[in-house]
Write a protein that binds this ligand. Structure first.
Ligand SMILES: N[C@@H](CCC(=O)N[C@@H](CS)C(=O)NCC(=O)O)C(=O)O
Length: 288
């Protein structure tokens, strides 16, 4: 490893070579003018099926599955690799330029919500679902939800970045973040050894937030790191992630705004429940 002495003043080196270097920049705000599309439903979601995006589409599908018809939504795809998150309309909804971003148009005045955890709480409170009202159960649920929001950057921005995306493998960085991610998996494993779900006996928004990250990690689906982290050892996490994966709403939610994988698993835009049967990419491409 070459020794690096930071200069007195940091400057933007556009050629750093890391994956996503083309969309990373040290300033906020829009790069171009572009309005967002608006569909017919009360909720307009601008997103992509990354783990942070999947949290919200799973929540919408779970709400609809238990009969909350007011949770109908249009899901529009934001291609972050192409820089859609820097369009002026998107930045108006999320000044942080990251998916997911939501406009709640169900009331007189549209409400913007960004940060996936805030979106989950907004929807849970609006529909009185997947967030317990008993103070102790609510506190446990919100604690695990916020645990996810605080922990996942060590998994994604820390471990995932240095293990899978950085242009060179730096032992110090991979070692530091592998240790932290294994500690996090053990935190989850111990909790799921004492309760069926993270919040307790009930499936809640805490599970919806943690599952797309740590549930997928436990199955070796993120960063190809299953063997490296020996994820099979976390038996309670395995039991929990397998159970959640069987939920029909979770299976639908994973498909929305998905741009990779089997064409039959990709529903680029979702505007109606029937889209899952008629508008997946395999069907659209066969018809064109
Ligand atoms: N804390 C945010 C994180 C959102 C986030 O990092 N989104 C990523 C995709 S998973 C993104 O939009 N990246 C685009 C970019 O950084 O330009 C949340 O949970 O909503």
């Amino acid at each position: 490893m070459t020794e690096y002495t930071p200069p007195a003043i940091w400057t933007w080196n556009k050629e750093n070579g890391g994956r996503f270097a083309s969309i990373n920049r040290p300033i906020a705000g829009p790069t171009h003018d572009k309005d967002l599309p608006v569909g017919k439903h009360p909720f307009q979601l601008y997103s992509l099926a990354t783990p942070n995006g999947v949290k919200v589409t799973v929540m919408f599908e779970e709400l609809l599955a238990v009969g909350h018809q007011g949770a109908e939504y249009d899901a529009w795809m934001i291609s972050i690799g192409k820089g859609d998150q820097f369009g002026s309309g998107f930045v108006d909804v999320n000044p942080n330029s990251k998916i997911p971003a939501l406009m709640d148009r169900s009331g007189k005045t549209p409400i913007r919500i960004f940060e996936s955890g805030a979106i989950l709480v907004h929807l849970a409170e609006k529909f009185g679902a997947f967030l317990p009202t008993d103070p102790a159960a609510r506190a446990e649920c919100l604690s695990w939800l916020f645990w996810q929001m605080g922990s996942a950057p060590y998994l994604g921005g820390g471990f995932g970045h240095f293990y899978a995306y950085a242009p060179t493998k730096i032992e110090y960085a991979i070692d530091r973040f592998a240790m932290e991610v294994k500690r996090q998996l053990d935190v989850l494993d111990r909790r799921l050894g004492e309760a069926e779900y993270l919040g307790g006996a009930e499936y809640t928004i805490a599970d919806m937030a943690v599952w797309p990250w740590y549930g997928a990690l436990a199955k070796g689906l993120v960063y190809g790191a299953g063997e490296f982290l020996q994820v099979q050892d976390y038996k309670n996490v395995q039991r929990w992630t397998d159970a959640i994966a069987l939920r029909p709403a979770v299976q639908r939610g994973r498909m929305v705004n998905r741009a990779t994988g089997e064409l039959s698993s990709q529903l680029h835009e979702r505007h109606d429940a029937s889209d899952f049967d008629t508008k997946t990419q395999d069907k659209l491409e066969a018809a064109s």
